[in-house]
Design a binder for this molecule. Sequence first.
Ligand SMILES: Nc1ncnc2c1ncn2[C@@H]1O[C@H](COP(=O)(O)OP(=O)(O)O)[C@@H](O)[C@H]1O
Ligand SMILES: [Mg+2]
Length: 206
Amino acid sequence: MESEECVIARGAEAVIRTGTWHARPAAIKERVVKSYRRAELDSRLRTSRTKSEAQLMFQARKAGVRTPLIFDVDLHSCRIVMEFIEGISAKMALQDLPNRMQLAFEIGRRVGRLHRADIIHGDLTTSNIIFSGQEPCFIDFGLGERSGELERKGVDMHLLKEALVSAHSEHGGLYDAVASGYTEEYPEGEMVLSLVCDIEKRGRYN
Ligand SMILES: Nc1ncnc2c1ncn2[C@@H]1O[C@H](COP(=O)(O)OP(=O)(O)O)[C@@H](O)[C@H]1O
Ligand SMILES: [Mg+2]
């Protein structure tokens, strides 16, 4: 049913392997034991993040944001078997592709849809967005949550802005493109954007 091939990424919490699931190309994300945490806490964290990641991926999809299809979730081994997304990371796409402003705009629209549905991604960096064609696919919801709080949305957006500015400083304007896609889908997002400015000011004076 399921077979594993090679490791494609080894993050702080999880190992991601390629594989197949009923002959379909799959990515298998497994949260591994962290021995620096007490065993009981470790197991609770791995289980709850696996569960919440799978739920948020599903909810994001319902909100109109592409996420990998979930094939299987196993809370014992803390594994999610999902569709393998063929493409390049937004980090690369926004650096190399001539249509990067349009791609940034598309990212902003998707984040607007997430926030309109009160879905906080939790780790909105350009490594967690994969472009397959023109459409961005969002992954890595393990630190996400449901919240209607504007402040949380502001923190989400601020992280994305930082990622854009630090890795793509030579292309100023990417954040503006994200912001305009964002408010197009989520007009109340204007308030979130002004919070992003507040968060930046706080960061500067602290
Ligand atoms: N469904 C997927 N399809 C293709 N690549 C994936 C998929 N899921 C994860 N990856 C790759 O593995 C990397 C790490 O996965 P991610 O879920 O972001 O874990 P981490 O929490 O360790 O950052 C991603 O940056 C991406 O390159
Ligand atoms: Mg990641």
